[in-house]
Design a protein around this ligand. Structure first.
Ligand code: SAH
Length: 491
């Protein structure tokens, strides 16, 4: 049996791109992933579809796994020969209890690695426009917990020695903010010392409240800022006005749901994130190739077809992958190619292949329709439209359950102010996915700004009973951006 191993991985502070290359590599190879609230659930989609997920944070109706139980679980899974990733927010060594977990693993002779991550106390300030050290403002930086497991939850801090440190990042300190400010002033900090609280740092949901030791408690209460947040104290905070960058992005503060139909790479989501938006892609499907006898036999006979219709970009990828595996010469394919969308058309064009829309299918010779498993049940409707058809399912879409369940939690938690529908097909898929997670689709959609790529998509949204629909002038990222920026809905 393979010997198991545990990777104690820092997921970074929030923005999924801030995980390390090593961390992502571990995640992609893991058999088991143990994660908690602070590790961005978006990571789960990088995992293998057959990986086992274990959530150990607070969850409605679920109990929190206690630390001892987590330790035991890591040991047990590794002893079963599994590659286990324990994914933690930020850096595992910074208030991440990695020491306790590693000690337990060492005690049981289980092999492990610690993969560092970017800690929130440095990253959240950076995304708020504050470097934690600066030659002109401060040469020392401290990381301090603002919470402790004492009877009153107050941190055990040597306030006198802390008073000489220029910049201090308090973790878990929102509840004890009055206590922190009071003690800092009592031990020599000027009441005018700048303070900033940054919640959900590095994410589109980032919120920042700035003040001084004297005023910050009032301001944080007024802004209703909550955990997770970093409290940063020091003169360096004043530089923020000059070098702020993240919060100046055009879509900063916008929370956008991008409806999805498959497992395609989310270019749209990526572009919106790049502009500062907090993007949730939902629902998410893993795309699994099918390579059975039917696929092989149909590929063998594919040279006989005069017409081949590709129903999605993935159908192009998997058809030609199967074709290559069959070792046949590509020139044996003499069919004309048809596609239903620009994206699929582009996919073929990248391979130097021309395609047309099936409306030009006039002579009604037999068509081979290539797609996911749903093409089998749609055979009749294809035949009604294009005459005699054979269908070929070259892949299968499987719902990424763990990811989708977590995304709905985010949807409910963070709320979204806009929904982008990239295609007409994405409309019924989103509605179905909301219903299955007990969200009533119509009120949900009606309270958001609905943005559609193209008129056909807009019609699909209108047909489910949604009134105001925005349509991007052309199906491009630039037009979508322009559409989203027309009005800002704050909810
Ligand atoms: N290991 C983590 C810290 C875990 S303790 C790290 O290195 O970042 C949990 C605390 O981290 C939270 O209470 C909050 O103070 C801070 N934190 C984690 N993620 C954060 C984020 N995205 N923005 C602001 N603070 C965050």
């Amino acid at each position: 049996m393979r010997t198991g191993k545990v990777y104690l991985v820092g997921a970074g502070p929030g923005d999924e791109k801030l995980i390390t290359v090593r961390g992502l590599e571990c995640l992609k190879n893991a058999d088991v992933i143990v994660y908690d609230r602070l590790a961005n659930p978006r990571f789960l989609r990088f995992a293998r579809p057959d990986a086992e997920f274990i959530y150990c944070g607070k969850f409605p109706k679920h109990h929190t796994l206690r630390q001892e139980a987590i330790n035991e679980l890591l040991v047990q899974k590794a002893q079963e020969g599994k590659r286990v990733v324990r994914l933690k927010g930020g850096d595992p060594s910074v208030f991440g209890r990695v020491g306790e977990e590693a000690e337990e693993l060492a005690k049981h002779g289980v092999e492990y690695e610690i993969v560092p991550g970017i800690t929130a106390g440095i990253a959240a300030p950076a995304y708020a426009g504050i470097p934690v050290t600066h030659r002109d403002y401060g040469t020392s930086f401290a990381i301090v917990t603002g919470h402790a497991k004492t009877a009153d939850g107050k941190p055990v801090v040597d306030w006198a020695s802390l008073s000489g440190i220029h910049t201090i990042a308090f973790y878990m300190g929102v509840k004890n903010l009055p206590h922190i400010c009071k003690n800092l002033m009592k031990h020599g900090r000027k009441p005018q010392t700048p303070v900033v609280l940054i919640s959900w740092g590095t994410l589109g949901r980032q919120k920042t409240v700035q003040g001084t030791l004297e005023t910050i408690v009032r301001e944080v209460n007024a802004a209703d800022l909550k955990n997770p947040a970093i409290t940063l104290v020091g003169d360096i905070v004043s530089i923020r006005d000059k070098i702020q960058w993240f919060e100046r992005k055009p879509l900063f503060g916008r929370r956008i749901l991008v409806a999805r139909t498959g497992g395609e790479k989310g270019n749209l989501a990526e572009a919106l994130t790049e502009q500062g938006a907090d993007v949730i892609e939902y629902p998410y499907f893993a795309v699994c190739e099918r390579d059975d006898e039917t696929v092989q036999q149909t590929i063998e006979r594919s040279g006989e077809y005069e017409h081949i219709l590709f129903t999605s970009p993935e159908s192009v990828d998997f058809f030609f992958a199967a074709y290559r595996r069959s070792n046949r010469d590509i020139r044996l394919l003499k069919a004309r190619f048809y596609t239903l969308s620009q994206r699929t058309e582009r996919k073929l064009r990248e391979m130097g292949l021309h395609s047309e829309r099936p409306s030009s299918l006039a002579d009604r010779e037999k068509v081979l329709v290539v797609g996911d498993v749903s093409v089998v049940e749609r055979t009749e409707s294809y035949e009604a439209e294009w005459g005699e058809c054979d269908v070929l399912a070259v892949y299968e879409k499987k719902e990424c359950m763990e990811y989708n369940v977590n995304m709905v939690r985010l949807l409910k938690d963070a709320g979204v102010d806009a929904i982008v529908f990239p295609s007409a097909a994405s409309v019924p898929i989103l509605i179905d996915a909301l219903e299955r997670r007990e969200i009533d689709p119509l009120p949900f959609l009606s309270s958001k700004m609905l943005v559609c790529m193209g008129e056909k998509t807009a019609d699909a949204v209108r047909s489910v009973g949604c009134g105001t629909v925005h349509v991007a002038a052309a199906p491009s990222i630039e037009d979508l951006m322009a559409c989203l920026m027309q009005e800002t809905i704050v909810n």
